[in-house]
Design a protein around this ligand. Structure first.
Ligand code: NAD
Ligand code: DAU
Length: 343
């Protein structure tokens, strides 16, 4: 089996590649543009492996994508590459649409021309939008995205599905909830809170902090994708949730408690525009069809993640230099910090 993976230098893609090399005998080619979010340090343990190869490039580069599909002749493609951060999609939506929509289109076209046997499109629960409690989204739930990021993912999901319905391209779509774990870029809630807490910096909580997310340990997500790759039915969608819904404020408090830091580090800041209040996902279909279930409990996963960030302060320091500083200043400008909105 030969696999083409896109975005394999990112947080989830790198965890998937480490798992695929360790647990299968597949050959894997990783197509990654190495944006700010792509980090080859995440792949250090497999970079010299004989079954692994990196191709640095853009999924929107038609000639490159065509040459990879026609030259490498992969048996399957797992498509992780994306601009993945909601706040960045609000500050600057253009790269998000270019990669998530146009880039996915380029991959689908090449897959169709080359009669690819399996196309796993990695998507998100954000496409379902905000849900009132106690509702949970199953795969038939209507799409109702709020941010440029989630709208771009919904658009690419629909494009991918259209290639199955129109040309029979064997597409399978996964929609996962919020991931956490080692190697996550410290712009997302959990790694940002951990990195700030460990350096005694303020922890910015948007709005009242009562927004609810469902937390999925990254390795549980990757195992779910492996199951879908092996057993998922063509044209189907599979939700992959962590079955652990928590308000952000509780997550932040747990981070502080586990890191041994005071709650006085919490700062309530101006809310994210269009902020979805609650995500909730049913993974019943994936569990029923493959036997998969999330095995990591949140407290253990969070403690393990904090331990990783503690042990990898040099990784955090390297990631936080350069481009990150400009982003942080823009997203968390002083006006935002002034707003006190305690629940
Ligand atoms: P990430 O931002 O950590 O990594 C994205 C990777 O894609 C990086 O290596 C980057 O260099 C690469 N990339 C970006 N644009 C590219 C382009 N044009 N061509 C080639 N490579 C490009 O993202 P992540 O958190 O690992 O998410 C991976 C996928 O999973 C995304 O599709 C995301 O929408 C989806 N997802 C993420 C979460 C989550 O909680 N992080 C949850 C559900 C679904
Ligand atoms: O639900 C899956 C999605 O989860 C993925 O598709 C996205 O790629 C991923 O980025 C993530 O999106 P969220 O917007 O839910 O994740 P984020 O970590 O940015 O925010 C989680 C919650 O925490 C959200 O309610 C906003 C809040 N938040 C976030 C940051 C960065 C804060 O309160 N303060 C912060 O500084």
């Amino acid at each position: 089996m030969k696999l083409l993976v896109t975005g394999g230098a990112g947080f989830i893609g790198s965890a998937f590649l480490r798992m695929a090399i360790a647990e299968t005998d597949w050959r894997v080619v990783n197509l990654d543009k190495l944006t700010y979010a792509g980090n080859l340090e995440n792949l250090a343990e497999i970079e010299r492996h004989e079954r692994y190869r990196l191709v640095e490039g853009d999924i929107g580069d038609e000639a490159l994508v065509e040459s990879l599909l026609s030259g490498e002749k992969p048996d399957a493609l797992v498509h992780f590459a994306a601009e993945s951060h909601v706040d960045r999609s609000i500050l600057s939506p253009e790269p998000v649409v270019r990669t998530n929509v146009n880039g996915t289109f380029t991959l689908l076209e090449a897959a169709r021309r080359n009669r690819l046997a399996r196309f796993v499109h990695v998507s998100t629960d954000e496409v379902y939008g905000s849900l009132e409690a106690p509702r949970e989204a199953d795969e038939s739930f209507p799409l109702n995205p709020s941010s440029p990021y989630s709208a771009s993912k919904a658009a690419s999901d629909l494009l991918a599905r259209s290639y199955f319905l129109t040309w029979g391209l064997p597409v399978v779509i996964t929609r996962a909830s919020n991931n956490y774990g080692p190697c996550q870029f410290p712009e997302k809630l959990i790694p940002l809170m951990i990195a700030n807490a460990l350096e005694d910096r303020p922890l910015p909580v948007y709005g009242d902090g009562m927004q609810v997310r469902d937390w999925l340990y990254v390795e549980d997500h990757c195992r779910g994708i492996l199951e879908v790759l092996r057993k998922g039915r063509e044209g189907e969608i599979y939700n992959i949730g962590g079955n652990r819904s928590l308000p952000n404020l509780e997550v932040v408090r747990q981070v502080l408690a586990l890191a041994g830091k005071p709650e006085s580090l919490i700062r309530y800041v101006t809310d994210r525009p269009g902020h979805d209040r609650r995500y909730a996902l049913s993974s019943e279909k994936l569990m029923r069809e493959t036997g998969w279930r999330p095995v990591m409990d949140f407290e253990t996963g969070l403690a393990r993640t904090i331990a990783w960030y503690r042990a990898n302060s040099a990784w955090v320091a390297r990631v936080r230099s350069g481009e990150y500083r400009a982003y942080y200043e823009k997203n968390y400008d002083p006006a935002r910090w002034c707003a006190e909105r305690r629940p």
